[in-house]
Design a protein around this ligand. Structure first.
Ligand code: RUQ
Ligand code: CUA
Length: 652
């Protein structure tokens, strides 16, 4: 969204007293704006550990990365919607199904918003959900082993941006379409946008015990652009809120044509009532196609299934369930405060930050006085729902997070700053410059019922002059601020992988207590597992050859194999027999077009190899696993197609 929003707001920059060059100056960039004791506040001595985990979206990389706070050190990139050669994700036979969709195998997507699973409105450390934007999907990452365990595609969606925000007990994870499309999608003129195009808001149910996701129902909405969301909590537990822009229903030059109306909307949806309606049989079943991919911890393998129906509920059927609250102007962020009473719209083009009141919204609904209806959806009165407006907050408000002391922090893209304001009187109490053009921001637990506070992290779109240059593209960057005092204090800049959008953070202990060290070999139910070295073998089945191989420091078994022929499809099923933390073995064989495996202790991974010419080929371990790692290699002999070389392998 970097360039698009940037251009969209260019007009605002010109007419304002802020200028981009003004805020992107900074000379040699030395310690601009940093607190005097910043270094000691973020220093984690060698061997010591960080206090928080920070889960940060990779944006256009399609992945999620994990940093420690306050140090800003990168620990790991978790592959989600894109292949990752470091982990073999999308390359091994076991993980390829994770990237299957109704469009086939997709190796690269765009991922924006990590959201932790919640219990009683507080992150519970079990899962992180994240949205796939271009090919609409929701993923579930398991924090016991930091792996993507499930990806659910969303039919009737395009640009799955308002996702995957979760209700207070992760009853549902939502997914709203950013781009409206004809539903069902068909060959129509784009000029029919205003009559034929629709949005959908999907409600994905999570099974509490297993974490499994299923598409429960979709609400069919007017053809606006549904942008972001957050669930209610406490008194507003039953409600989900979405922001939307383009209530103009423009389909050309949206930067102008979707910016005409003074107000667009926040959408309030009573998901509890929608759930009841669906349970009573409301809605219609629609024929669609979408993939549901799951990774099985016992077989260490993913499978992909295509599902073919979805329950769709129209707004007219959903009486008393969906309401529009007018909100200035082209709102982006949609954030609910810890009490569940305030809903904050980040109107990119608005001059104020509107704070809507949940209790007033309920009164307005009960009084039955609506401004008008849009496709059967009542539009409430702005003033009747308004708790207050934050005045002169700065320019280009996007997203808001909350601390544990009654303050809200809003990112201001155009004026490049974080603005802190009070939830008591909606007055600005502090502002801190960001370097530069902040998008999202994150406070540990900052969208939950009980924020941990302590830090706010800015995720910036532009880093001109903050880092050593690396050609035309500079690193993306985050900035860490102390928020324990009255004034925010900048402590640290740290580079990020991909483009950071939303992020989540929580105390390390919450995750550590469930952390997995190995996969028990006894529980490995992979169909091609080899649990003991004596059981290793090579089995020919027509032109398919299955190699049942084991690794343990510092050898492969078998390590000499003959009888492979040109034209064979050779499956190397490598089981790592190690039962010791942090001892993976790698596997690489020349001519493999997907190249490598990295196998965790107790895991089985499969590499498909189709040798193209006769000869003897070496294979080796790619992870420096022991003093004799260099000796961890072997040979495979490839004979011409049709030759009579017998399958043999050396046994221990
Ligand atoms: S959106 S700034 Cu997905 Cu705000 Cu990132
Ligand atoms: Cu195993 Cu190196």
């Amino acid at each position: 969204m970097k360039r698009i929003l940037f251009l969209a707001l260019a007009g605002v920059i010109i007419t304002s007293s802020f200028s981009l060059t003004g805020c992107s100056g900074g000379g040699d960039g030395a310690a601009i704006g940093a607190a005097g004791d910043a270094a000691s506040r973020v220093y984690i001595a060698p061997g010591a550990k960080d206090e928080f985990y920070n889960f940060v979206s990779g944006g256009f990389s399609g992945q999620m990365s994990i940093y420690g706070l306050p140090s800003g050190r990168l620990f790991r990139v978790i592959p989600v919607f894109s292949v990752d050669p470091e982990k073999g994700y999308g390359f091994s036979e076991e993980t390829k199904p994770m990237l299957m969709t109704s469009h086939g195998f997709i190796p690269w997507d765009d991922a924006h918003h990590p959201e932790m699973s919640m219990t009683d409105g507080v992150p519970d450390g079990r899962y992180v959900f994240i949205n796939g934007n271009n090919t609409p999907r929701v993923a579930r990452i398991d924090l016991t082993d930091f792996r993507t365990k499930e990806i659910l595609e969303l039919p009737n969606s395009s640009g799955n941006h308002s996702s995957p925000f979760t209700t207070e007990n992760s009853e549902y994870v939502v997914a709203g379409t950013r781009f409206s499309v004809p539903i069902p999608n068909e060959d129509v003129s784009i000029q029919t946008y205003s009559e034929k195009f629709r949005g959908t808001l999907s409600f994905v149910k999570m099974d509490k015990a297993s974490g499994r996701l299923s598409l429960a129902f979709q609400l069919l909405m007017p053809g606006f652009d549904y942008d972001l969301a957050h669930a209610g909590k406490g008194p507003s537990h039953d409600w989900m809120f979405f922001s939307c822009y383009n209530s103009e229903k423009a389909n050309t030059m949206k930067e102008i044509n979707a910016s005409q109306a003074d107000k667009d909307f926040l959408v309030a949806i009573n998901w509890k009532k929608a759930e009841e309606l669906i349970a009573k049989g409301a809605g219609t079943s629609m024929n669609v196609r979408y993939a549901h991919n799951t990774y099985n911890d016992q077989t260490h393998s993913a499978s992909s299934n295509i599902l073919t129906t979805v329950k769709v509920l129209t707004a007219a059927e959903a009486k008393g369930i969906v309401y529009y609250m007018p909100t200035p102007k082209s709102p982006h962020g949609c954030d609910v405060d810890p009490s569940g009473e305030y809903i904050v719209g980040g109107g990119k083009l608005a001059t104020v930050i509107p704070v809507m009141s949940f209790s007033k919204m309920i009164k307005a609904i009960e009084s039955g006085k609506f401004e008008k209806e849009i496709d059967g959806i009542p539009v409430l009165d702005y003033k009747a729902c308004l708790a207050g407006e934050v005045e002169r907050p700065g320019l280009g408000p996007l997203h808001t997070e909350f601390d544990d002391k009654g303050y809200a922090y809003t990112s201001m893209f155009v004026s490049s700053e974080i603005v802190k304001w009070s939830l008591k009187d909606f007055k600005v109490v502090d502002r801190a410059p960001t370097y530069y053009s902040i998008g999202h921001l994150c406070i540990p637990g900052g969208d939950s019922k009980k924020p941990w506070g302590k830090y706010v992290i800015a995720y910036n779109k532009i880093t001109k002059d903050r880092y050593l240059p690396t050609g035309p593209e500079l690193t993306q960057s985050a900035q860490l601020y102390d928020i324990t005092g009255e004034k925010m204090k900048l402590l640290l800049d740290f580079p990020t992988i991909g483009e950071p959008h939303y992020a989540q953070a929580c105390p390390a202990d919450l995750v550590l207590k469930n952390s997995r060290k190995i996969y028990p070999i006894a529980e490995n139910n992979h169909p091609y597992v080899t649990k003991k070295e004596v059981d290793t073998k090579v089995v020919r089945n027509g032109s398919d050859v299955h190699i049942y191989m084991t690794t343990i420091r510092s050898h492969f078994s078998p390590d000499n194999i003959e009888g492979i022929k040109v034209g064979d499809r050779v499956y190397w099923h490598v089981t790592n027999l190690e039962q010791d933390w942090d001892v993976p073995h790698g596997f690489a064989v020349l001519g493999a077009t997907n190249s490598e495996l990295l196998v965790m202790p107790g895991e089985t991974c499969t590499l498909l190899w189709e040798p193209k010419s006769a000869g003897v080929v070496a294979f080796y371990c790619t992870d420096f696993c022991s003093a004799l790692h260099q000796e961890m290699q072997g040979y495979v002999r490839v004979s011409p197609a049709g030759s009579s070389t017998e399958i043999t392998w050396n046994k221990k």
